[in-house]
Design a protein around this ligand. Structure first.
Ligand code: C5P
Length: 221
């Protein structure tokens, strides 16, 4: 029989980048590897939870014992998240593209004697903010991430308020930290009760500690 602090709980995790089509063969993407989000899904499953992992395109094996939903774009990710809810815990670790191409082509764009394609951008839905601001169907514990390159804590505090989540896991992803795509992470937990900085840990260890903490928060809530 399953055991662990999260037995009987449903944990929803988003992970990876999104791909926003320009035309059938091109897309806008970002450098997210999905390593941290996937590690969190694995840790939650190991803690006994039923886990749904909604992931953008990543080059990682599917974690075992987890329900995988693969998506490409931000809008597909939001749809998949809506379908997967309700959950006791929602962890929004995906690096969702802020913009998509409003006038994406049905056919491959062609070079045209030096004329440049007239791409128009439009804003993507903010998945975390959409879910966290809901009265009904909001996971009792809704967690966001903040990848910043400067003023990490300050930006995370603003994000906590703006997104309406219970906790922001903030990390410094500036060039030279090696966080993007790397195997370790230095995070700050920013919540209404303050800021807690963890030592540099492997992404697996960050995931395990985070899941342990969420188990305690769920009990206390
Ligand atoms: O605003 P920013 O992208 O820095 O916020 C990061 C947090 O918001 C992450 O938890 C990310 O998964 C979530 N997010 C989202 N949908 C977006 C943009 C960000 O869920 N369109």
């Amino acid at each position: 029989a399953p055991s662990g602090p999260l037995v009987g709980k449903h944990v929803l995790v988003t992970s990876g980048p999104t791909h926003e089509p320009i035309d059938p063969v091109r897309y806008i993407a970002n450098r997210s590897s999905g390593k941290q989000g996937h590690a969190i899904a694995r840790a939650a499953a190991a803690a006994g939870a039923r886990v749904t992992l909604v992931s953008g395109p990543v080059d990682l094996p599917d974690p075992t014992g987890v329900t995988m939903v693969r998506v490409e774009s931000a809008r597909e990710m939001l749809d998949a998240v809506e379908k997967a809810l309700p959950a006791e815990i929602g962890i929004f670790a995906a690096a969702v593209a802020d913009w998509r191409v409003a006038n994406a082509g049905d056919q491959k764009l062609k070079k045209n004697a030096g004329a440049l394609p007239d791409l128009k951008l439009t804003e993507n839905p903010d998945i975390l903010a959409t879910i966290a601001h809901r009265n009904e169907g909001r996971p009792p514990l809704t967690i966001g991430f903040a990848a910043e390159t400067e003023n990490v804590i300050e930006h995370a505090k603003q994000k906590l308020a703006k997104k309406g989540c219970d906790l922001i896991v903030a990390n410094d992803v500036s060039i030279g930290t090696g966080v993007m795509g790397g195997d370790s992470n230095t995070v700050h937990l920013v919540s209404a009760s303050g800021v807690e900085t963890w030592p540099t840990l492997s992404k697996t260890e960050v995931a395990q500690r985070l899941v342990e903490r969420l188990g305690q928060m769920l009990k206390g809530a």
